[in-house]
Design a protein around this ligand. Structure first.
Ligand SMILES: Cc1ncc(COP(=O)(O)O)c(C=O)c1O
Length: 428
């Protein structure tokens, strides 16, 4: 795949001090670029642009992409949407999440996961994270269920499958539908099935950083015809769709325009072909990192949840235990790795204290929809996420494009972390 050398390594015998302290970095130069233009896309994309058929009603790109993506992930049906967020909003609305309802979500996630719940004027209720798997802890879900809980919204964050057997069992027991946020989990597998095809509905994102990119884009996967027809109708201004809505008149349901354009779908069709090989490459490199990184004190790679068979590795996360680094703060560890030529980032922080949630629940609308007691208890629940709070302090991740490089590049990652570990006193 990647043939030309992408980088240079420090010369043997060069200064071994930390790059942050003037030594030679472990690595200079670039990591694989993302996204990557497919040269075979020149002709079809230009002719699509020249055709003027940019709206899905006038062309066949969205239809074709829906078929191709359904085949790739083994879904019965797929609906293309404008973005992952619109896929989630469409799914929550169609599954019945209404104003004044509650949805149980994972707190360790991109803010869109719970902003879409606010979009429905519902309350995103956080259940604590399992810090080993980075996903929602199934043991913490039932204590958050109330008579207003209308959906469970687990997130396969970083591409790591949430513990779907447990989550689906809880959903069935309480008769609560499950919508998967698989916006970072294309080709991730749980029990041999693809994430996003396990719950009642599954949502994907094709935003530019994602593994099948098109600037913006999204999809809903599902197998229930009535539900999928209604999702389609909602995302298409409420127009009836499919056999289950036949004969229903012009706009039988409330709807919105959350459609994907033909241009987005055309681009996705030129990107989808590489997804499987990329996923295999990321897996191979991630498994190598798993084995090597756990040898370094204080570095604890993610664990797959019970039943999970494969991550998508949108991010490669691990926990940085500063006590093994003589108390080195995480931000200094990250800065040191950057200086060594290894990009990495902190995971999601305690976003629930950033003021936006407080703003939402003190709004006139929320005070009408929820009792004072419920909102106060909700505030208390935000302070009862001890494992997520700890994870927010310890998480570090590498980016998916790095896992598309070669094994020698993974050695650079390992060598840089080991170098920081061995020279930690220079940073204290
Ligand atoms: C976990 C998660 N959920 C939802 C979204 C929203 O997707 P989009 O940006 O396509 O609207 C994202 C996008 O980054 C995501 O990572």
């Amino acid at each position: 795949m990647l043939s030309a050398p992408l980088f240079t390594r420090a010369r043997p015998g060069s200064s071994s001090g930390l790059a942050l302290r003037g030594g030679d970095p472990v690595r200079t130069g670039d990591w694989p670029p993302w996204p990557v233009w497919n040269p075979k896309a020149d002709t079809p994309m230009l002719s699509l642009l020249k055709s003027g058929d940019w709206y899905r009603g006038d062309g066949n790109q969205c239809n074709e992409f829906e078929r191709a993506y359904a085949e790739l992930i083994g879904a019965r049906r797929v609906i293309a949407t404008a973005s992952g967020s619109t896929a989630l909003v469409t799914s929550l609305h169609t599954i019945g999440v209404d104003a004044g309802d509650e949805v149980i979500v994972s707190p360790f996630t991109f803010i869109a996961t719970y902003n879409v719940v606010f979009n429905q004027k519902a309350l995103p209720v956080f259940a604590d994270t399992d810090p080993e798997t980075f996903t929602i802890n199934p043991d913490k879900i039932e204590e958050r269920i109330t008579d207003r809980t209308t959906a469970l919204l687990p997130v396969h964050i970083c591409g790591l499958p949430a513990d779907m057997n447990r989550i689906l069992t809880i959903g069935r027991k309480h008769n609560i539908p499950v919508v998967e946020d698989a916006c970072q989990a294309w080709l991730a597998e749980y029990d041999g099935r693809m994430c996003g095809t396990l719950g009642d509905l599954g949502c994907f994102s094709f935003q530019n950083s994602k593994h099948i990119p098109s600037g913006e884009g999204g999809a809903i996967a599902g197998s229930d015809d009535a539900l999928m027809d209604r999702c389609f109708a909602y995302h298409n201004c409420g127009r009836p769709h499919g056999a289950t809505m036949r004969g229903m008149g012009e706009n039988p349901v409330r709807g919105w325009n959350k459609r994907m354009t033909e241009i987005q779908a055309g681009l996705l069709l030129t990107q989808i072909g590489r997804a499987r090989a990329d996923a295999d490459k990321r897996l191979e490199n991630a498994l190598y990192l798993d084995a090597r990184l756990k040898e370094i004190p204080g570095i604890v790679p993610y664990r797959l949840s019970d039943g999970a068979t494969r991550s998508a590795y949108h991010l490669y996360p691990f926990r940085f235990k500063k006590e093994y680094f003589d108390g080195l703060p995480r931000h200094k560890f990250i800065a040191a790795l950057h200086a060594e030529g290894i990009p990495c980032g902190e995971g999601y922080g305690q976003q629930y204290f950033d003021g936006l949630i407080e703003e939402a629940i003190t709004s006139r609308g929320y005070r009408r929809l929820f009792s004072k007691e419920r909102l106060n208890r909700y505030r208390e629940e935000l302070h009862d996420l001890p494992d997520n709070d700890q994870l927010a302090l310890e998480a570090v991740w590498f980016y998916q494009n790095m896992l598309l490089a070669e094994k020698g590049d993974m050695d650079d990652i390992v060598n840089a972390i080991r170098k920081v570990y061995e020279n930690r006193e220079q940073l204290l």
